[in-house]
Design a protein around this ligand. Structure first.
Ligand SMILES: N[C@@H](CCC(=O)N[C@@H](CS)C(=O)NCC(=O)O)C(=O)O
Length: 212
C-alpha cells in the first residue's frame, strides 16, 4: 500500500505509528501541502479535501481521514476491540480527537511552529487556547482514573489522541499542569513498536506559507 504523507503532519504520523506497530510495509508518497500539491487534480481525485493522510490500497482504492484509516488498518488486531461497547468507546475518543484536538491544539501548534500566529487575531488565538485547555482538562480528569482511553488497554483511540496532545507544549499549552496526561504519554511511549520519530515544520522551507 501507499501512504500519501507530509512528514510534519501528526495526522499522518498517527497512521505511520499504527503501520509501525503492525509491521506493515508501505510506500510513502510525499505531498507538499504548503506548495499546493494537495490541490492538484491528481491528489484531489484521491481526497477531494486536499489533505493528507491518504491510504491507497494495492487495488487502487483510496481512504482519507486519519481516524478512518486507523479503523481500517486496526480491524482484527488488538488495537481495535471486537466488543461493540468497547468499539464505541474507541470511536467516542476518536470523534473527540477530530472535534476538539484537531481544532484546538493542532491548529495552535501549526500556527505557533510556523510563525503564522503573528497573522491571527487575538480573539481567534484565545478561542483556540480555550479549546486546547478544555481538552487537556477533560483528558487529565479521565486519565487520572484510567490507564488508557478506552477498553482498559492501548488502542487506536490512544494513538489518535496522542498525536497532537503529546506536543501541546509546542502549542504554548503547559503539559506539566496535567500530570495524568503526562503519565499517559509515558505509557504510550513505552508501547512495543512505538514510533518515536516525529518531524517539525522547520524541515519544510514552505511551511510558513498559508495553505492554499
Ligand atoms: N481530519 C483530517 C485532517 C487532515 C489535515 O488537516 N491534514 C493536514 C495536514 S495535518 C493537511 O493536509 N492540510 C492540507 C489542506 O488542508 O489543504 C484527518 O484527520 O485526516
Amino acid at each position: 500500500m501507499k501512504l500519501y504523507d507530509y512528514l510534519p503532519s501528526q495526522n499522518a504520523w498517527k497512521v505511520r505509528l499504527l503501520l509501525n506497530h503492525l509491521s506493515i510495509e508501505y510506500d510513502t508518497v510525499p505531498v507538499s501541502i504548503f506548495e499546493g500539491e494537495g490541490q492538484q487534480p491528481e491528489f484531489l481525485a484521491r481526497n477531494p479535501v486536499g489533505a493528507v493522510p491518504v491510504l491507497e490500497l494495492d487495488d487502487g482504492r483510496t481512504l482519507a481521514e486519519s481516524n478512518a484509516i486507523l479503523i481500517y488498518l486496526a480491524e482484527g488486531t488488538p488495537y481495535l476491540p471486537e466488543d461493540s461497547w468497547e468499539r464505541a468507546q474507541v470511536a467516542r475518543w476518536m470523534f473527540f480527537e477530530e472535534d476538539y484536538i484537531q481544532n484546538g491544539i493542532a491548529s495552535l501548534r501549526h500556527w505557533t511552529m510556523t510563525g503564522k500566529i503573528r497573522n491571527r487575531s487575538e480573539q481567534i488565538i484565545a478561542q483556540k487556547r480555550a479549546i486546547g485547555m478544555k481538552t487537556l482538562r477533560i483528558l487529565n480528569h479521565w486519565l487520572s482514573e484510567h490507564d488508557f482511553l478506552a477498553a482498559g488497554r492501548y488502542t487506536i483511540a490512544d494513538m489518535a489522541v496522542f498525536a497532537y496532545t503529546a506536543f501541546a507544549d509546542e502549542a504554548g499549552l503547559r503539559l506539566e499542569d496535567f500530570p495524568a496526561v503526562m503519565r499517559w504519554i509515558e505509557r504510550v511511549r513505552a508501547q512495543p513498536g512505538f514510533l518515536a520519530t516525529v518531524h517539525t515544520y522547520s524541515i519544510d522551507p514552505h511551511s510558513a506559507n498559508e495553505l492554499p
